[in-house]
Design a protein around this ligand. Structure first.
Ligand SMILES: *[C@@H]1O[C@H](CO)[C@@H](O)[C@H](O)[C@H]1NC(C)=O
Ligand SMILES: *[C@@H]1O[C@H](CO)[C@@H](O)[C@H](O)[C@H]1NC(C)=O
Ligand SMILES: *[C@@H]1O[C@H](CO)[C@@H](O)[C@H](O)[C@H]1NC(C)=O
Length: 268
C-alpha cells in the first residue's frame, strides 16, 4: 500500500462514520422513537450486561420501580343503583329514563363508621385515553346522568362520582369504572325482583320487607340497603345498595339501617 493512499483511507473511514451516525439519528424512523421505554419489562432481560456479577447486573439494568400504588384506606365497597322512574318523579329528567334496568349511581369506597371517605386524591379523569379503556356504551347506558338534556353533562356526573368516591378506591379511573361495571353485571336487580313477581309498573304496593328479602336471597344471602322516596303521599322504591369486599369479588352484609322505607312501597 502506498503512503499517499492513507489520507484517502482516513477520509473514507471518516465519511462512513459520519454517514452511519447520521442515519442513526434520523428522526424519520418512527420505530426509533418507539424503542422500549425503561418501564418495558423485556429490556432488562434482552440487553446483555457488561458486568459479570449477577447482583450488580440486576441492580444496574433494573427498570425504575412502577409508580407507587395509591393507598386510600376504606373498609368495603358499596354499589348504589337507582330506579330511574322513581328518581324522575322528583327530578327533571329530560331524557326519557330507562324503564327496564337500574342505573348506577356510584361505587362508593365506604367505612363502617363515619366519616366516609370522600375526595381522597387530586387525580382527574384523563378523557383523552378514558374512552379507549372504559366502554362508553356501558357508561351511557348503565351510568347515565338522568336529570339532563345535554349528553355531555354525563361527563360531569362521571367526574363528580370519580372525584368524590373513585379517588378513594386506591384505583386509577379506568380500573375504577371497569370494576363498577363488573360488580353491576354480576346480578341484575330488576330480574331478581321480577323472578319473585315484583314487577315495575305495578299498581299494588309491595312490602318493603319482601323487596329486601328478595334482593338478599338473590345475591346469595347478603343484606342490602334499600331506600325509598315519598312523592305525594306514596312511597316508591328508589335505590338499592349492595356491599362488597374491597376487591369487589364477594358480597358482604351492608351495615344498618337496612330498610329506609315504610312498610308498603310502590315499584313504579
Ligand atoms: C420517512 O420514511 C417513510 C417510509 O419509510 C418515507 O415514506 C418518508 O418519505 C420518510 N420521510 C422523511 C422525512 O424522510
Ligand atoms: C428503525 O430503527 C430501528 C431501531 O433503531 C431499526 O431496528 C429499524 O430497522 C429501523 N427501521 C427503518 C425502516 O430504518
Ligand atoms: C376509613 O377506614 C380506614 C381503615 O379503618 C381508615 O384508615 C380511614 O382513615 C377511614 N377513613 C375515614 C375518612 O375516616
Amino acid at each position: 500500500m502506498s503512503l499517499n493512499m492513507i489520507p484517502i483511507i482516513i477520509i473514507f473511514v471518516g465519511l462512513l462514520l459520519a454517514s452511519s451516525s447520521c442515519s442513526y439519528s434520523t428522526p424519520n424512523n418512527t420505530s426509533y422513537y418507539k424503542t422500549p421505554t425503561p418501564t418495558s419489562p423485556s429490556l432488562s432481560h434482552d440487553s446483555p450486561s457488561p458486568y459479570h456479577f449477577p447482583l450488580l447486573k440486576k441492580g444496574k439494568k433494573k427498570p425504575p420501580p412502577p409508580p407507587q400504588p395509591i393507598v386510600t384506606p376504606f373498609e368495603y365497597l358499596k354499589i348504589v343503583q337507582t330506579w330511574p322512574t322513581t328518581f324522575c318523579k322528583v327530578n327533571k329528567c329530560i331524557n326519557p329514563p330507562p324503564t327496564t334496568w337500574f342505573t348506577i349511581h356510584g361505587l362508593w369506597p365506604s367505612n363502617y363508621s363515619d366519616p366516609q371517605p370522600r375526595l381522597c386524591t387530586k387525580e382527574k379523569i384523563d378523557w383523552s385515553t378514558f374512552s379507549s379503556l372504559v366502554s362508553m356504551t356501558d357508561l351511557r347506558k348503565y351510568w347515565p346522568r338522568l336529570d339532563t338534556a345535554v349528553r355531555n353533562d354525563d361527563l360531569f356526573f362521571w367526574s363528580e362520582q370519580w372525584d368524590n368516591h373513585g379517588t378513594c378506591s386506591s384505583m386509577h379511573p379506568p380500573d375504577f369504572f371497569n370494576l363498577a361495571f363488573k360488580i353491576y353485571h354480576k346480578k341484575e336487580l330488576k330480574t331478581i325482583l321480577q323472578n319473585e313477581g315484583i314487577i315495575p309498573g305495578g299498581i299494588k304496593p309491595e312490602t318493603s320487607q319482601k323487596i329486601f328479602d328478595t334482593i338478599e336471597t338473590g345475591i346469595g344471602g347478603f343484606k342490602p340497603q334499600i331506600e325509598c322516596l315519598r312523592v305525594q303521599n306514596k312511597d316508591y322504591l328508589y335505590q338499592i345498595k349492595l356491599c362488597l369486599d374491597k376487591t369487589g369479588d364477594k358480597y358482604k352484609d351492608c351495615p344498618g339501617p337496612l330498610i329506609k322505607c315504610p312498610m308498603d312501597v310502590y315499584f313504579p
